[in-house]
Design a protein. Structure first.
Ligand SMILES: Cc1ncc(COP(=O)(O)O)c(C=O)c1O
Length: 398
């Protein structure tokens, strides 16, 4: 049988990079490649007791079909929380619960873009979102990133020159993979450009709550007077990614179309998971939980940087210090073949890192970077992984 696949799925090509991920599941390999929270970050006992109480008191609510918009108490709680704590959400906005933030990107593109329309994104950017956009047939236009966020001149030129741009997709806090946070000036400039060119913005913010140092910067959505920002939030990095619960704050008209699209995808997000999130947020001291997470990850980030300085930097690899998020973006010297470096690191030296090209709009674009995660491995495994990486880099880099 010869199978014929859609052009949409043909747009998402398997690549050499995915080969590297195959090795990362070998227990002998230290994986610095996943975007996973630390196993120490999960509140398993609290969640077990929440589940017990849900099944004792309201089992049918947790097991029955539910509404597409999401579990009302969770929606109401998050709308209030985001307004009060982040000035995010206006009278013209609604909130919907989605199956992870990833679904927000896919559904936003689905309702706003026709096949062949453009989405402008930071280059590099989160590959999961890029693949969601690709899967519905949109084209991607990448714009470079500087130390303080997207390159505004390049963005302006992309908006001027690219036909049918419908969305600017941005990750303003601790961008995945670069770790960069966009300055307030650039957030405002990006908003003004979107306004001038009448395009929507998706503000994807999974890491904003995970700032270990420095001052938070206000969300783009907080100055959205026009209703052109779709805000994407998630509990993946602050409660548990396996629950697959995210939320979007978006203008009513947009939310209404999102509901129609979501009905056709998965009817509603897992209702038990939504109830767990609501109970956790309202009864288990969520703000204290965030403080604990910041403390845990801040310490891990600090020790990862010390280990990089000790083992890896002497080889000529550089990195930018992190103030939040889960990743460190490392740069190889110019003359090194990045893909070969990453491939040999995992195949012959037992340490998995993610080649930077995985995050590029065009995987064939030149890229000297690789990404490491410091939250998922234990302290011992992190040291072992970074030491392996450094030993290999010293022997490999001329
Ligand atoms: C920038 C970014 N957006 C979205 C997601 C996906 O989040 P979720 O698990 O809520 O789908 C991730 C996950 O790593 C991410 O890094």
């Amino acid at each position: 049988m010869e199978y014929r696949f859609s052009k949409r799925i043909e747009n998402i090509k398997p690549s050499a990079i995915r080969e590297i991920f195959k090795y990362a599941s070998d227990p002998r390999v230290v994986s610095l490649s996943a975007g996973n929270p630390s196993p120490d970050a999960f509140e398993s006992e609290a969640i077990a007791s929440i589940c017990k109480s849900i099944f004792e008191s309201r089992p049918i609510d947790a097991l029955q079909y539910s509404v597409t918009e999401g579990y009302t108490p969770l929606r109401e709680h998050m709308l209030g929380y985001m307004k009060q704590n982040h000035a995010t959400g206006r009278d013209f906005d609604d909130i919907l619960i989605m199956s992870g933030a990833q679904q927000i990107m896919e559904i936003s593109a689905k309702i706003l873009c026709n096949e062949g329309d453009y989405i402008i994104c930071e280059n590099p950017s989160f590959v999961g979102s890029l693949n969601s956009f690709r899967s519905i047939g949109t084209k991607l236009k990448g714009v470079g990133i500087e130390n303080d966020g997207i390159n505004i001149k390049e963005l302006e030129s992309a908006l001027d020159k690219t036909p049918n741009v419908r969305i600017i997709y941005t990750i303003p806090n601790f961008q995945n993979p670069s770790g960069v946070t966009m300055s307030l000036e650039k957030r405002k400039a990006l908003y003004e450009l979107a306004r001038k060119h009448d395009v929507m913005i998706i503000e994807d913010n999974p890491y904003g709550d995970l700032r270990y140092k420095g001052e938070s910067i206000q969300n783009i959505k907080s100055f959205d007077d026009d209703g052109r920002v779709i805000y994407a939030g998630t509990f993946s990095k602050v409660i548990a990614p396996g629950l697959r619960v995210g939320y979007t704050i978006a203008p009513f008209e947009i939310a209404k179309k999102m509901v129609v699209a979501k009905q056709g995808e998965d009817v509603h997000s897992n209702i038990l998971a939504q109830m767990i999130c609501h109970e956790f947020l309202t009864k288990c001291g969520f703000d204290e939980k965030l403080l604990r997470l910041r403390h845990l990850y801040g310490k891990k980030a600090e020790s990862a940087e010390k280990l990089l300085d000790k083992y890896v930097v002497p080889s000529g690899i550089t990195y930018s210090s992190v103030e939040g998020g889960l990743f460190i973006w490392c740069r190889l010297p110019k003359n090194v073949d990045m893909l070969e470096f990453c491939s040999l690191a995992v195949r012959e030296h037992g340490v998995a890192i993610v080649p930077g090209s995985a995050f590029m709009v065009d995987e064939n674009d030149p890229c000297d970077y690789f990404r490491i995660n410091f939250t998922a491995p234990s302290d011992e495994r992190l040291e072992e992984g970074i030491k392996r990486l450094g030993d290999f880099a010293l022997s490999y880099i001329p």
